[in-house]
Design a protein around this ligand. Sequence first.
Ligand code: C5P
Length: 221
Amino acid sequence: SSVPVLTIDGPSGSGKGTISALVAQQLGWHLLDSGALYRAVGYAAGMEGLDLSDVEAVTRCARTTRIQFRAKKGAETRVIVNGHDATDELRTETAGAAASAIASVPSVREALVSLQLGFRKAPGLVADGRDMGTVIFPDAAFKVFLTASAAERAKRRYKQLKDKGLSVTLSGLQREIEARDSRDASRAVAPLKPAADALLVDTTGMGIDEVVAKVLAVVQP
Ligand code: C5P
């Protein structure tokens, strides 16, 4: 495909979600939040009462779950799972942990490939995830890998969740983030690691505008 892609990969709390949305808006490009797909499958599996370690069951779930993104002007995009607006449920750490569990299953990842490739539409795509630049869009012209210290990432998530009215502790969050990261980084398929040709940006101590400018400069030097 000749449609340009900018991949933004990195661990949770690196600011990927916020940065990807802002950059996509600035460029007028489409946005793929691939984490939401894994969260949606994890959520659907939970709703069905599936054992998340049952490979056959979660694979069937990944193949059959209907996931829709409903973009609203000036408001956040809603994620509809099997006809139910699950946006709020998908944001919780429980959903994140479920996503991370099913995301380590190769057949689950395969089931989500064509869905992700379908987001590549003119005039361009910003793809946010863990393996956007390494596995899904290896031919992307623009690749960024965002990082930040675990302490900083926990602080950001803490603020995000608090703002949404969820009750969490900073230390508990940091432990969960570290556990999820090490699982994402050590899994056999599509582990979290920068593509060889990605620009590494450590966002610790950086403001949102600063990171957005740095990422935009990759596309428009
Ligand atoms: O980015 P987000 O925190 O929403 O992702 C949730 C989980 O989904 C991650 O911890 C990771 O295990 C999985 N994921 C993945 N590949 C992606 C995006 C997310 O494995 N491209």
